[in-house]
Design a protein. Structure first.
Length: 150
């Protein structure tokens, strides 16, 4: 029986280093049929740059790519430095080219209206428990600064 398609897929250090493809990560998350969805999940060049920089600079931060069709932002970032899921800080990120940092979801339009669905998936998987969430929009560089990755 095929697994349901995820709303968020973890991007790993192996992906950031070019050793694993996005389609492989999708297959691991949702089964072999999900590989065909890879073209729908592709990252733009600025999303790819942000994701690779974040993963390269901050190993304590784990990154999930959200389904671009889901209106759950571009990424979910979880600070894994706390050993227990309920203590992990979490950000839902929506990149906006050359935009200033805005917290609370301002500037995202409808891009974050289903962020709760992505967070629920991570809670169901045991990565989070009642997360303290920050909604953030802005240019990739200001978001890297916010996350302490610059």
């Amino acid at each position: 029986m095929p697994r349901p398609h995820p709303i968020a897929v973890r991007l790993t250090h192996a992906w950031a280093e070019g050793r694993v493809k996005l389609g492989d990560l999708l297959s691991r998350a949702a089964g072999p049929d999900a590989r065909s969805l890879a073209s729908l999940w592709q990252l733009s060049s600025r999303e790819r740059t942000f994701a690779r920089e974040l993963l390269r600079r901050c190993t304590r931060l784990w990154l999930w790519r959200t389904d671009p069709r889901a209106r759950a932002g571009d990424f979910v970032v979880v600070d894994m430095s706390h050993p227990r899921p309920e203590g992990r800080r979490t950000w839902v990120i929506d990149l906006k080219c050359q935009a200033p940092l805005r917290l609370g979801g301002g500037g995202a339009g409808i891009s974050l209206i289903r962020a709760d669905a992505a967070l629920e998936q991570l809670e169901d998987q045991g990565w989070l428990a009642a997360p303290r969430v920050v909604l953030a929009t802005g240019d990739g560089q200001v978001l890297l600064e916010l996350l302490g990755a610059r």
